[in-house]
Design a protein around this ligand. Structure first.
Ligand code: DGL
Length: 269
């Protein structure tokens, strides 16, 4: 098999990385994908950097064992804490989410005030502030940790009628609006699952989704390394989770807009 025909490995702590899978399926339909949701350890956002790096290494090794040609870290928290170590220890192209999302936010903001909501560990790392300022040095970056969101989203509470989710989003984003931001980064790949609620609550700001923003970087990296799948065949996706496949099948299928019932395998890592 040509190296370019091999799958892209994508990992996250759970459902969030499906926002990247969806973007790849829609824009690079020939690519094969191996997706790993480390649902046994979700949420990553309240764990230490050391713990997350250990999970990220295990995820990377699992994907490598499946013969992937490149890895997309579809998790801001793992990108913030572990990307450098992964690059140092594994000889494979690796693309993250923080740098592409920051570049997009820096391009979109008119008043140079960018807000970020992300997990507690991602906020604590300061990775978004550094990345946005690397593209727009005099930009003000305001961050809010949003610890309630990932558990709510993993529990499938992603509808406008889920008041807990709506209230949590308001409580995290309102303080950023008060700071005068004109652009908000959803700095966790889980958050686009509630994008419609965010848009409805805050219709006047630019919203940047970290997962979809990474698509261009992934494409460029694959193209640059001659790894784009040009077979002309429709790609296939294989889903693995470290926890129970059933909840992932239900909520993941809803998000992807296609049933993945019976298609999620248990990963032993
Ligand atoms: N989706 C992940 C992120 O982008 C991880 C969320 C979590 O597990 O806390 O940060």
């Amino acid at each position: 098999m040509a190296l370019s025909d091999k799958p892209i490995g994508i990992f996250d702590s759970g459902l969030g990385g499906l926002t990247v899978v969806k973007a790849v399926l829609e824009n690079m339909p020939n690519e094969n994908i191996i997706y790993l949701g480390d649902s046994l350890n979700v949420p990553y956002g309240d764990k230490t950097s050391g713990q997350i790096t250990e999970f990220a290494f295990n995820n990377t090794k699992f994907l490598l064992s499946k013969g992937v040609k490149a890895i997309a870290i579809a998790c801001n928290t793992a990108d913030a804490t572990s990307r450098r170590e992964i690059l140092q220890c594994f000889d494979i192209p690796v693309v993250g989410v923080i740098s592409p999302a920051s570049e997009r936010a820096a391009r979109l903001t008119k008043n140079k005030k960018v807000g970020v909501i992300a997990t507690a560990t991602a906020v604590k790392s300061g990775a978004y502030e550094r990345a946005v300022k690397s593209y727009l040095s005099d930009c003000q970056v305001f961050s809010e940790a949003a610890p309630a969101l990932v558990p709510l989203i993993e529990a499938g509470k992603i509808n406008k009628t889920d008041t807990e989710t709506v209230d949590a989003l308001s409580s995290y984003i309102c303080p950023l609006i008060e700071k005068g931001i004109d652009t908000l980064v959803l700095g966790c790949t889980h958050y686009p699952l509630v994008l419609e609620i965010v848009k409805e609550l805050f219709p006047d700001i630019n919203i940047v989704c970290s997962g979809t923003s990474s698509l261009g970087a992934l494409y460029d990296r694959l193209k640059g390394d001659n790894l784009l799948n040009v077979s002309g065949k429709k790609g296939e996706v294989r889903f693995y989770v470290t926890g129970e496949p059933s909840y992932f099948e239900k909520n993941g299928g809803l998000f992807l807009g296609t049933s993945i019932e019976g298609k999620v395998e248990k990963a032993v890592i």
